[in-house]
Design a protein around this ligand. Structure first.
Ligand code: OGA
Ligand code: MN
Length: 341
């Protein structure tokens, strides 16, 4: 377990968002008259008009799902969802993942259900803000790098649904930021598209942890641990659009020497992290939920002055990918999972 001596490499200071181009006008959906309010010129929207106090019917799920497929990030305010209803709604998307690999690695689970991933900063033993030296909080630090959830497992994540339970005071940070990796793919130079076609990236949870905690993980060599293999250039099954599938978990690229691999990863990450592909979403009140598709967008936590000071209780369900690319090149049925305390 990390101790007081752990040093965390500060995450880069990201340039503020400057949206270029027009955000499309809000519109109503055909069947349930839901209101869709786009939040960025190319992706992300707020969805209004769902009655979360009732079970979501298959027809309503279908209409919501079409919006998720198109926008990649969908914000729903004041859902009032309980843990149980959160899990139940999430199951519409497919097979739910759970935190058992993290428990096996020694983490104490604070929440009532293994299907709820703890993205908050609360000490499971005291219920108070976890000290900044706690393993869980340091792990959250790695979430401040742009990533996609669970790309390091044999079967990657499809959708994530993050629900706010307790938020830090306004103005102290804790927003979540997203990047549109489909549009970023579309706007890659033709030569780069050609270069990455067919290339396979190796994803490792340890690589991202090592990036933020180089000292603590100095003896950990991610290449000696399980690597999950996914093509960089993919077709997103649910929209038919191409996607640049990359994350802070990408440790190396198959077939390239170390220098070439590092250079290409850095180039692609710099491209997708340009301000024009990004949108920051503020959490307004408990009950707010953001659902996103890890196979069409990237995301990161943004931190803030609340860290170590105020509680932020965020619970996430994670749906295992249901698409044809769920196992990447890990082999059909690869269901191994990786955990860290
Ligand atoms: C996550 C995550 C970001 C945040 O739950 O997968 O990256 O802002 N969360 O809590
Ligand atoms: Mn995440």
């Amino acid at each position: 377990m990390p101790t007081e001596t752990i040093t965390v490499t500060p995450t880069p200071t990201w340039v503020p968002l400057k949206i270029e181009g027009l955000v499309p006008a809000p519109y109503r959906t055909p069947k349930f008259n839901l209101r869709v309010v786009p939040l960025h010129p190319t992706f992300a929207c707020e969805l209004q008009g769902v009655d979360w106090s009732k079970d979501v019917s298959p027809e309503l799920y279908q209409e919501i799902r079409e919006i998720v497929d198109k926008y990649g990030v969908v914000v729903c305010r004041k859902t009032g969802l309980t843990d149980e209803a959160h899990i139940k709604f999430s199951a519409n998307f497919g097979d739910l993942d759970d935190v058992k690999p993290y428990q096996k690695a020694g983490r104490t689970h604070r929440l009532a259900y293994p299907e709820l991933f703890d993205a908050g900063n609360i000490d499971p033993n005291t219920g108070d803000v976890a000290p900044l030296t706690a393993a869980q909080v340091i792990g959250n630090k790695a979430n401040e790098l742009f990533h996609v959830d669970s790309s390091f497992n044999g079967r990657r994540a499809g959708h994530s649904l993050l629900l706010a339970h307790v938020l830090p005071p306004p103005g102290t940070g804790g927003s979540t930021e997203y990047a549109d990796s489909r549009t970023a793919y579309d706007e890659l130079p033709d030569a780069t598209k050609k270069q990455i076609e067919g290339l396979v990236a190796n994803h490792s949870l340890f690589h991202s942890r090592k990036t933020v905690m180089p000292e603590y993980f100095k003896d950990t060599d991610p290449s000696k641990l399980p690597l999950s293999k996914h093509k960089l250039s993919q077709t997103h099954e649910w929209s038919g659009r191409k996607n640049l599938y990359i994350a802070s978990y990408v440790h190396s690229i198959e077939g390239l020497d170390d220098a070439a691999s590092k250079a290409l990863i850095a180039e692609l990450l710099a491209h997708v992290q340009q301000p024009r592909y990004r949108v920051t979403i503020d959490w307004h009140q408990p009950g707010d939920m953001i659902m996103w598709d890890n196979t069409s967008v990237m995301h990161r936590a943004t931190g803030g002055s609340y860290e170590g000071q105020h509680r932020r209780d965020m619970r996430r369900t994670t749906v295992k990918d249901m698409s044809r690319d769920k196992y990447g090149l890990n082999g059909d049925g690869a269901d191994w999972r990786v955990g860290l305390p």
